[in-house]
Design a binder for this molecule. Structure first.
Ligand code: NI
Length: 183
């Protein structure tokens, strides 16, 4: 089922999300719905708060980066109760966008690599070291479960430049092609 996506300005995006604690069937359904919602909107990642659920969960699929980064492994994963335990390597800029902030694309600096511990959708515990695009997507999604969005990382000047765009999104003036939630 395609879920409505919550846009910038909705308080759910600013809340620190809670640990996921639901039964396996319910979790499987949520993960399936989140993937379907993400693909429908042509996203590469989607976090719980973006579908109005203040829960520590996100899904990613790096497939769209295959052509631009052929040397990287494509990962399609669900992360339940993830913890980024280390961030390392050089910080570099990458042009990010977000389904909750339609029409805004800005360079964000983040470290190259992370170490992350998480549960899979089968509640299997994993720890992995991940670099490149996939580490980038994960760090962006991880921000969402901490109540942050990518524009929080921009300079004061950049923030001023995009302020009008953010206000337009928050006041319901932006209508992306995918289903969004009413405030
Ligand atoms: Ni996002």
């Amino acid at each position: 089922m395609i879920l409505p996506i919550y846009l910038y300005g909705n308080p759910v995006l600013r809340r620190q999300a809670s640990e996921v604690n639901m039964d396996k069937e319910e979790l499987k359904q949520l993960v399936a719905d989140m993937f379907e919602t993400m693909y429908n909107a042509n996203g590469v990642g989607l976090a719980g708060p973006q579908v109005g659920k203040s829960l520590r969960i996100f899904v990613i699929d790096s497939e769209p980066f295959k052509e631009a980064y052929p040397e990287e492994e494509i990962r399609k994963l669900a992360f339940i109760n993830p913890v980024i335990t280390k961030r390392f390597g050089e910080e570099y800029p990458f042009n990010e966008g977000c389904l909750s902030l339609p029409d805004i694309h800005e360079d964000v600096y983040r470290p190259e690599s992370i170490e992350i511990t998480y549960l899979t959708e089968d509640l299997e515990k994993k720890t992995e070291t991940i670099s490149g695009c996939v580490a980038r997507i994960i760090q962006h999604e991880y921000d969402h479960i901490e109540g942050q969005v990518f524009t929080d990382h921009l300079s004061q000047l950049k923030k001023m430049i995009i302020k009008r765009k953010l206000t337009d999104i928050a006041s319901g003036k932006v209508h992306p092609a995918y289903k969004t939630a009413k405030k």
